[in-house]
Design a protein around this ligand. Structure first.
Ligand SMILES: Nc1ncnc2c1ncn2[C@@H]1O[C@H](COP(=O)(O)OP(=O)(O)O)[C@@H](O)[C@H]1O
Ligand SMILES: N[C@@H](CC(=O)OP(=O)(O)O)C(=O)O
Length: 566
């Protein structure tokens, strides 16, 4: 196995991110050597993980070199692996859960899976909290951060309970502590350091799980995604996967399988920045995207995403416990649902699956025989009316009225150029000749909220040519379904809202043709979702409508569960 490097951001001649540098300075174990590969340089250390780092490699160079080589291997790469099985943090919260997930994987002896894992339980949140506390606690106190203790305890206990050697994670835990000391010393946590910090979660869970499968006698090989060709933009905390990733990952997994077959256990959520060569992350929940990327790269039969719920549900079960599973979705519906706030899937994760036309199956690792949700390119929409109701809260709405007699084209262009310049996402839009109403994504970046100063700045810019009303604490309720039946959906929805005394402040029928969005006050939103859910899904409405496809609870809809039927 190659020697390891946990500082993929460190390239000869490049300045280090300060806290990482500080944590490195605290230790002496590093040695530096150049990789044998022409045009590449690599920092190595005696212990830890392996990341090869291509110095200053421009994406274009990578694309030419890697694509050509991978294309040769590409067709064969499809031969061995059959499915991706992704398990999220909720499926991997303890040693007991790891045992169950191993058992689940082994219960499909006819499959050759690529396994993608997230960090255990709430580890990512704990890492982020630890990082934030380190900024202000002072270096001597960094070792005492409570979240660090929780992370250590969980991982060491898991290793012990699974009968594995503590050395599987102890080096990483030491390194994590050093990093937190570095952050504490420098009193800063850059986005780059944040990504590096959270990467410890997936790096540990995959090492533990691979070791456990090997202990059970099932050959498994651990991979850090940033080491096998997950090349991304350098947008730390929210990076995009570059095209070169597909052939590179396919080539690597295929080659290793040919050399020595073993189930790949890949870190979800992580990548390597194309310019910085540092660890990047794909946004919260990004392991789903890792899974669909691998599915497309290898041209697999199916992508399975194992969660703690019986599939995609008719609404967020935390908002309304009566939510029921949705048996079928299209990629467009699933993407819209995720984008408009359903935390169950990463918003970008449907893209590779759609491009590769690979079905995604959302399953429950706690209830493996439940049929789950199958997401495909198309489905019979003739009977579909409403699929799911999604709520996105804490949204800011802007009413912008032109004060100059700009034509509509010029007015809209001016408004949107401001959002583009400030890097703020717009969700729902309704326009007239001289006015526009729109909502702003509450999390401009996945990891943090739009802050007041940014909003003030937006308003200031817009007021140069318009009158602006800023309306905060709004919610978007998205009705995901068949927009061809929009009159029926809207008639029912508005009846329900009127009965509940709710005034809709904006309405938009998405260009995607699967979404009608309504904007209401935050304070009324949950009650609206519950009332809409009752009206559409619980009182026989859909079965009253001629030809409607009616979701039900339980397994009677299990026409999509053929391969799990037992
Ligand atoms: N429409 C929905 N359908 C299913 N789950 C939803 C929905 N909206 C929100 N959720 C939440 O998403 C969670 C599953 O997603 P996530 O936490 O990312 O799982 P994992 O960590 O296992 O990948 C559920 O436990 C549920 O609370
Ligand atoms: N661990 C990362 C990535 C991820 O996808 O997690 P999960 O599969 O548990 O949502 C996060 O919490 O964001």
């Amino acid at each position: 196995m190659a020697e390891a490097l946990r500082f993929p951001g460190v390239v000869a001649g490049e300045s280090l991110d300060a806290p990482i540098a500080a944590s490195k300075l605290g230790r002496e174990r590093h040695s530096v050597s150049a990789s044998a590969r022409p045009g590449a340089q690599c920092w190595r250390r005696r212990k830890g993980l392996a990341v090869s780092c291509q110095t200053g490699a421009a994406p274009a160079v990578l694309r030419t070199e890697e694509t050509t080589a991978a294309a040769a291997a590409g067709s064969n790469a499809q031969a061995e692996f059959t499915v991706v099985m992704k398990f999220g943090g909720s499926s991997l919260a303890s040693a007991e859960r790891m045992r169950e997930v191993a058992d689940l994987i082994l219960s499909f002896p006819d499959e050759t899976p690529v396994v993608v894992l997230s960090a255990m339980g709430k580890t990512t949140n704990n890492l982020l909290l630890a990082g934030e506390k380190a900024v202000s606690c002072g270096a001597p106190k960094a070792s005492e951060i409570p979240e660090l203790a929780v992370i250590k305890d969980l991982h060491l206990r898991t290793v012990d309970e699974l009968g594995l050697d503590r050395s599987i994670v102890s080096g990483l835990l030491d390194e994590l502590e050093q990093l937190l000391k570095g952050v504490a010393m420098m009193k800063e946590l850059t986005l780059r350091t944040r990504d590096y910090l959270v990467s410890f979660g997936e790096c540990m869970s995959t090492r533990i799980f691979a070791a456990y499968l090997n202990k059970l006698g099932k050959k498994a090989r651990q991979y850090d995604a940033f080491d096998i060709g997950f090349i991304t933009t350098d947008d730390f905390t929210n990076a995009d996967i570059l095209e070169v990733t597909y052939p590179t990952v396919a080539k690597r997994l295929h080659r290793d399988w040919m050399d020595n077959p073993a189930i790949p256990i890949v870190t979800g959520f992580l990548g390597k920045g194309c310019k910085s060569c540092a660890v990047t992350t794909l946004g919260r929940g990004g392991s789903d995207l890792t899974a669909t990327t691998i599915g497309k790269a290898l041209g697999l039969r199916e992508i399975q995403v194992w969660k703690d719920v019986d599939g995609v549900l008719t609404c967020d079960p935390n908002i309304y416990a009566n939510a029921i599973p949705v048996p079928y979705l299209t990629f467009d519906e699933a993407a819209e649902l995720a984008y408009f706030g359903a935390q169950v899937l990463h918003p970008q994760s449907m893209r590779p699956a759609r491009d590769g036309d690979i079905p995604v199956r959302v399953k429950n690792s706690y209830n493996r025989h439940a049929p789950g949700t199958v997401i495909t390119k198309s489905r019979d929409m003739s009977k579909s009316i409403l699929t799911s109701i999604v709520l996105k809260s804490n949204v800011t709405m802007l009413d912008i009225v032109s004060t100059r007699m700009l034509g509509q084209y010029g007015f809209l262009a001016k408004v949107f150029s401001i959002f583009e310049d400030l890097g703020i996402s717009v969700d729902v839009v309704a326009t007239s000749e001289v006015s526009i109403s729109l909502t702003l994504d509450p999390s401009k970046l996945w990891s943090r909220e739009l802050i007041q100063q940014e909003l003030d700045h937006v308003v200031e810019e817009l007021e140069k040519f318009s009158v602006v009303h800023l309306l905060q604490r709004r919610s978007i309720i998205s009705l995901i379904g068949n927009v061809q039946r929009s009159s029926l959906v809207l008639e029912k929805a508005f009846n329900v809202l009127r009965r509940n005394g709710v005034n809709v402040q904006m309405i938009s029928q998405g260009a995607s043709k699967v979404n009608i969005s309504l904007v209401v006050n935050d304070s009324e939103a949950k009650q609206c979702v519950q009332a809409l859910h009752s009206a559409f899904f619980e009182n026989g409405f859909l079965s009253e409508v001629e030809g409607a496809d009616v979701p039900q609870n339980g397994s009677s809809l299990n026409s999509n569960g053929a391969i799990y039927a037992n």
